[in-house]
Design a protein around this ligand. Structure first.
Ligand code: AMP
Ligand code: ZN
Length: 497
């Protein structure tokens, strides 16, 4: 269907993309842990996969996109240490854990909408799939790869590794992994240091718990994604994604669980996005350098000189390939803002260009150049979704578009076909694949202009004593929820509901 190549973390190479079922793609992305607001780093990962989802659809695949909501089971440490993130926050804020979940799920959706990311086709929650997770844990026990200690179920990593390489995803040997992990303490109930919990026994104080064959408890974080991806995409599916930080533990454990349960490698292409950093340090809640999207949109963050619209931030992210780190700074955002404006202006100019009936005097060289640059859009996206290079090709087209607009180059220098191709590809890429839209700022400027025009017409009408027109303007605007107010000295102001 396409010449798409995807960098697969598992093979550490770019591989031709061949879905398991022709024309269909199963895509699973680890969703947010909804115990706090998402920071901009989280957003980078979700926006990257939004572009990937959009591009797969654009080239014609039917995509089932599953992105879960982690609303239980995620402990503070990735290796089963610490408190449950939800219970801790619920206690802190004196709320029900499900109030925490609801608050931050709603917040997450709002942010995703502001960034114009498409909703996944299925958004399952961990708490809605407890039965599936218990069933999977039981099967892993039955297959001999997990054991129960006092109501908690552990995955036996060393046993598994005798048959399958546990560290396959990040290409590390068990011995090396063991070296990097702390020794088991005297009170540890695990057999091996790398063993992780599939199911965790809950004490009476634990706020969210469910009955299981091993007593009251709650699921481990890793089993959640294995159980839900299997339920909606099958035992083997095409693409599994998430941030790079998830590869070494969460995704490594997902592979081990699915292999131990179903005896197959669950995912054909593992994709990992690189981190958003601030002064070179990964943005994370624990590092205390997490920006809330809201702080960008309002400009309230101390590192920022002004507010940036969601589309500016989205564009800022698109300018870097998803597998490179992206460092956040006021300057970088400012540059992105200028870039987006230049590109969008060119796009708007392009939108109103049309060939007249006059004779064509095609400049073959220019025509060829434009066609070549447009063809690069798909080539770069097919090269592991390289949005940065697509934008570079687009920017090479901008001066040509501007020159046509200024009439330095006649429109007829491009053939009709080339102009149409340029217009449709710009539209498809900017709007459908990159998910950009005119910023509210631009809309607001337009609205201000239109309102001023109506006010001027009304003033003129009043001067001419044409009250029918002046009333019509006022009444019809009122119907739209816009109030016109006559000020002193014949001036007028307006306000919207
Ligand atoms: P969490 O809610 O912590 O489970 O994270 C949700 C997603 O955001 C995961 O895919 C993480 O890998 C990703 N993520 C976390 N921090 C960053 C960051 N600084 N840059 C990019 N992605 C991140
Ligand atoms: Zn996951």
């Amino acid at each position: 269907m396409s010449d798409l190549k995807i960098y697969n973390t598992l093979s550490r190479t770019k591989e031709p993309f061949e879905p398991l079922t022709p024309n269909h793609v199963g895509l699973y992305v680890c969703g947010p842990t909804v115990y706090s607001d998402v920071h901009l780093g989280n957003c980078r990962t979700f926006i990257s996969f939004d572009i990937i989802y959009r591009y797969l659809k654009y080239v014609g695949y039917k995509v089932r996109y599953v992105r879960n909501i982690t609303d239980a089971g995620h402990l503070e440490g990735d290796r089963d240490e610490g408190d449950d993130k939800f219970s801790k926050k619920a206690r802190l804020e004196q709320l029900e854990p499900m109030e925490i979940v609801q608050r931050y799920t709603v917040g997450f959706h709002k942010v995703m909408e502001l960034f114009n990311t498409l909703p996944p086709t299925i958004e399952p929650t961990a708490t809605g799939h407890i039965t599936e997770q218990i069933k999977m844990a039981q099967q892993i026990i039955d297959n001999g790869y997990a054991y129960v200690v006092d109501g908690t179920v552990y995955f036996d990593v060393e046993k598994y590794n005798t048959e399958k390489p546990y560290g396959i995803l990040t290409n590390r040997k068990l011995e090396d992994l063991l070296e990097g992990t702390r020794e088991l303490g005297g009170q540890d109930e695990k057999k091996g240091r790398l063993d992780f919990a599939l199911w965790i026994k809950a004490g009476p104080e634990h706020l969210m718990q469910w009955p299981s064959p091993w007593g009251m408890g709650f699921p481990g974080w890793h089993i959640e994604c294995s159980a839900m991806s299997e339920k909606y995409l099958g035992k083997q599916f095409d693409i599994h994604g998430g941030g790079m930080d998830l590869a070494a533990t969460h995704h490594t454990n997902e592979i081990a669980q699915s292999q131990a349960c179903y005896k197959v490698s669950p995912v054909k292409y593992w994709m990992h996005t690189n981190m958003l950093t601030v002064n070179g340090v990964r943005m994370s809640k624990s590092a205390g350098n997490g920006f809330l999207p809201e702080e960008l949109f309002s400009g309230s963050h101390p590192l920022l000189e002004k507010a940036y619209s969601p589309m500016n931030v989205r564009f800022f992210m698109l300018q870097t390939h998803y597998r490179s780190t992206l460092d956040f700074s006021n300057e970088a955002l400012q540059a992105a803002e200028k870039g987006l404006k230049r590109l969008w202006d060119a796009y708007e100019k392009l939108g109103v260009m049309s060939h007249g009936s006059g004779a064509e005097s095609v400049d073959a060289e220019l025509d060829e150049k434009v066609r070549g640059l447009v063809a690069e859009f798909d080539e770069h996206m097919n090269d592991d979704f390289n949005t940065a290079r697509v934008l570079a090709s687009m920017f090479e087209l901008v001066p040509i578009i501007n020159s046509i607009k200024d009439k330095t180059i006649p429109l007829s220098a491009l053939s009709k076909e080339t102009l149409t191709l340029l217009q449709t590809k710009f539209k498809s890429y900017l709007e459908d694949v990159f998910g950009l839209k005119p910023s509210n700022e631009a809309d607001n400027t337009k609205l201000q202009g239109v309102m001023q025009l109506l006010i001027d017409i009304r003033k003129e009408a009043k001067t001419k004593k044409d009250f029918a027109t002046s009333d019509k303007i006022r009444n019809q605007l009122a119907e739209l929820g816009i109030t016109l107010k006559d000020e002193k000295g014949g001036d007028m102001s307006w306000s919207a509901e």
